[in-house]
Ligand binder design. Structure first.
Ligand code: ZN
Length: 389
């Protein structure tokens, strides 16, 4: 009898295995049927334009666990890309509130939630989210960039400065961050000027120079600031630093230098400042021939300008040449015709962009240090060529 029981043992084991497997399959079929029901229900709701109910149904369908976090994130991103930001926020918020997900997954969901808030214009909430992510090494660069974007919109330059300084403690060789710092100081200085705190504004501009010696902006701002205070000789010293740093910005300094030279009769000083670079742009060669015309005679100035225009033609140069011809004639009819031609040239110049972004191609007549299109600092420069410099 005992032997018979032993003989039946493998049969019992096999029976138990088969029954167990069938029971698992039944459970899987039941789960699959639930998912399938939710899926079709959700799809129907989406197709019948009841997206809110569809979101609820899909969220029920995929219970949150560590394996389905990415699916939830993708679902939220899908809604964000469609511009349905309230739904994107609901999906990502739901994810963050769950205890089942781990720290890294929560951080991933936070990045997406912050992006939802940014797009929806909830800047304070977005700031809160990205500030939390600054402590996460993996997401620090994204959080930092998004926070800069926020502070640039809200013009909270003290916060931008704090963040840039914090970044430099982590990556002291990050050259872009020094450029950011320099611009943030310049922006802060302009605000201080508007508030009437001239001393602090000047100190802040000098900080901008200390953090990034190659940037032209603080020198240009110091030049303008000194002109406002009628310190023309000092303004010329500041503006003289611009071509040493970036020759492309000489054209921006020239009109200010000319203004100073005119105020304190410092044409010799202007001449010595532009001497090494006067052939580089239209503004500088026009200034040079103006000095020659003042010093010598307009015929010599005309010869030099003509020679320059053959190598580097610009509408502004031709307009200056016509001005020199007008100076050399007593004929009022010719003078009148030249004036009319100059007005036409002015019209053409005023319709052309003065600045151009080398990163995204944006162009316009107003100077922006932060490109309004691609949001990069220092990518906009004066336009060169026949219509520009
Ligand atoms: Zn741009």
């Amino acid at each position: 009898m005992l032997e018979l029981l032993f003989l039946l043992l493998p049969v019992a084991v096999a029976y138990g295995w088969v029954m167990g497997r069938n029971s698992l399959r039944r459970a899987q079929r039941k789960q699959s049927s639930i998912l399938s029901n939710h899926y079709y229900k959700g799809l129907n709701l989406l197709l019948s334009d009841q997206a809110d109910k569809a979101v609820d149904t899909f969220m029920k369908m995929i219970s949150v666990n560590t394996d389905t976090v990415e699916t939830h994130i993708a679902m939220g991103n899908f809604f964000r890309h469609r511009g349905e930001l309230d739904r994107a926020i609901r999906v990502h918020q739901n994810l963050i509130s769950r205890e089942e997900i781990n720290g890294q997954q929560q951080a991933m969901a936070l990045v997406e939630l912050g992006s939802d808030y940014l797009l929806a214009g909830f800047l304070e909430r977005a700031e809160g989210v990205f500030l939390q992510l600054l402590d996460n090494d993996k997401h620090f660069p994204v959080a930092q960039q998004k926070l800069f974007n926020i502070y640039q919109v809200t013009k909270e330059w003290h916060k931008a400065l704090e963040l840039a300084s914090r970044s430099l403690k982590i990556t002291p060789n990050d050259e872009v961050m020094y450029l950011y710092l320099s611009h943030f100081y310049c922006e802060q200085a302009l605000e201080l000027l508007q508030e009437g705190d001239e001393k602090e504004a000047e100190r802040t501009l000098k900080k901008a120079i200390l953090v990034e010696g190659k940037e032209v902006r603080p020198w240009l701002e110091l030049g303008k600031f000194s002109i406002q205070k009628e310190q023309y000789a000092l303004a010329m010293d500041y503006l003289a630093e611009i071509p040493k740093r970036d020759i492309d910005w000489l054209s921006e300094a020239i009109p200010l230098l000319e203004k100073c030279a005119e105020k304190v009769d410092a044409w010799d000083k202007l001449d010595s400042i532009i001497e090494p670079y006067w052939e580089k742009c239209a503004s500088s060669y026009i200034a040079k021939v103006k000095i020659i015309a003042l010093d010598k005679d307009s015929r010599t100035a005309t010869e030099i300008l003509l020679k320059q225009l053959k190598q580097h033609p610009t509408i502004r140069g031709f307009k200056a040449l016509l001005g020199l011809y007008a100076d050399q004639t007593e004929d009022m009819v010719i003078k009148k015709s030249i004036e009319e031609l100059q007005l036409l040239m002015d019209k053409q110049i005023s319709q052309r962009p003065k600045y151009h972004c080398h990163s995204c191609g944006f162009s316009g007549r107003q100077l922006y240090w932060l490109c309004p299109s691609c949001k990069n600092w220092s990518t906009i420069k004066p336009v060169v060529g026949i219509d520009g410099e």
